[in-house]
Write a new protein. Structure first.
Length: 379
């Protein structure tokens, strides 16, 4: 029962989630030193460096430790599982919010302890600057970013009110908080829009890639894909000494089918042929079935020649045995097949293997069609 969510957790994280982790991490590592630096400035300006050295140093040390924590979070996990990526993101946000809470506590203490005007100014400007930077840099998670904004901003604003600061100052601070909140909203919306756009681009790219190797009519691999795989498999067979056989299949008298029944039925015939050929030579890393153009198909199989010849002949016999029923029309069709086994001494390129298979096909047609002929077979 728990298998469903568990299995989903172990799935590979989506590109969108992976990107969120990359971007969050990149920005996460940048901010830390500024907290240490500005805390030092505020403490020195306030005189707390001398008046309450221990507390001041303790808080400074806490900023340094949080800063170090930022560099302990690693990038994309090796398995890139959804669960691992989410855990890493949660950890980053926990450190970020911890850092903001620390700033909130340190600044509240400073503002309530010291009457020094310049120290208060440094603390207030630092808080507002951190809040602004946060709104622009961490729009990935809106809820968490708002909590961070509150932690960075509100203690300073509260201290201004409690300390009886001038009305104009409090009003300007409130207006600026409004601006920062709106900026966070806008950055979040823009961030999501950008991710949506990138998702769409990825989808279009995948679709284009798929379409560029699929045959539009039958949906199986096209000539382009076949040529790429042919080159690759020839190289592999040469390097590993494994068997490789190419079949070239051409429907017999296909023009007559078109002429007699029309192109629509001709198309249906090609689609059915592709489906049956694919079923006869299922992929599973062994075979590649492609439409090379018109009524010509190619198959690559990593098996010995005698085995492939038997399979090809069984397919040929089954295809011509029973009339096809296409849109209520019954028609007879047969196929001629040329076969050739890869020989590293004779086939230097995929093109050479293709030409040899074509010789087999030519002989099959010349022999009266509806037959499988191996190119190396004597006439
Ligand atoms: N319906 C349909 N016909 C096509 C398609 N592509 C090519 N053809 C037709 O396939 C026929 C091929 O004819 P030919 O090359 O003369 O070969 P054939 O009639 O099969 O004769 P043999 O190969 O010698 O047995 C032509 O009529 C082409 O118009 C297609 O996508 N759909």
């Amino acid at each position: 029962m728990t298998e469903g969510p568990h299995a989903a957790d172990l799935q590979r994280a989506s590109p969108r989630l992976q990107q969120e982790l990359r971007e969050t991490l990149q920005r996460f590592r940048l901010g830390g030193p500024f907290y240490v630096l500005l805390w030092g400035l505020a403490g020195t300006a306030s005189g707390l460096w001398t008046q309450a050295r221990d507390t001041f140093l303790l808080l400074g040390l806490a900023f340094v430790l949080v800063n170090l924590l930022r560099f302990l979070v690693k990038g994309l996990p090796d398995d890139a599982s959804e669960r691992a990526v989410r855990q890493r993101l949660n950890w980053i946000w926990a450190v970020l919010l911890g850092n903001c809470a620390l700033w909130a506590g340190a600044v509240s203490w400073l503002l309530l302890t010291t009457p020094n005007e310049s120290a208060r100014t440094v603390a207030a400007i630092s808080s507002y600057a951190f809040a602004t930077a946060f709104a622009h840099n961490f729009p990935m998670r809106l809820r968490e970013a708002f909590i961070a904004l509150g932690l960075l901003y509100l203690p300073t604003l509260g201290a201004l009110i409690v300390n009886g600061s001038r009305f104009e100052l409090v009003a300007v601070s409130c207006l600026y908080l409004l601006y920062v909140s709106l900026a966070l909203y806008r950055s979040h919306a823009e961030y999501r829009q950008r991710l949506d756009l990138e998702d769409e681009l990825r989808r279009q790219r995948d679709l284009f890639e798929q379409q560029s190797w699929r045959d539009g009519l039958t949906g199986i691999a096209n000539r382009r894909r076949f040529s790429t795989v042919l080159t690759h498999r020839c190289r592999q067979a040469r390097a590993e000494g494994t068997p490789l056989v190419m079949l070239l299949l051409d429907l017999d008298h296909f023009k007559a089918i078109n002429d007699r029944y029309g192109h629509g039925i001709g198309d249906d015939c090609l689609i059915m042929f592709a489906q049956r050929l694919q079923a006869a030579f299922p992929d599973a890393g062994q075979a590649l079935v492609a439409r090379l153009g018109g009524e010509e198909f190619g198959v690559l199989v990593r098996q010995p020649l005698d085995v492939v010849m038997r399979r090809a002949d069984a397919f040929r016999a089954a295809w011509s045995a029973v009339p096809l029923q296409l849109s209520g029309v019954g028609l007879n069709s047969s196929v001629s097949i040329g076969a050739v086994a890869f020989d590293p001494a004779r086939h230097q390129t995929g093109e050479a293997l293709y030409r040899a298979a074509d010789v087999g096909l030519y002989r099959a047609k010349a022999a009266g069609r509806d037959v499988v002929v191996c190119a190396d077979q004597p006439d």
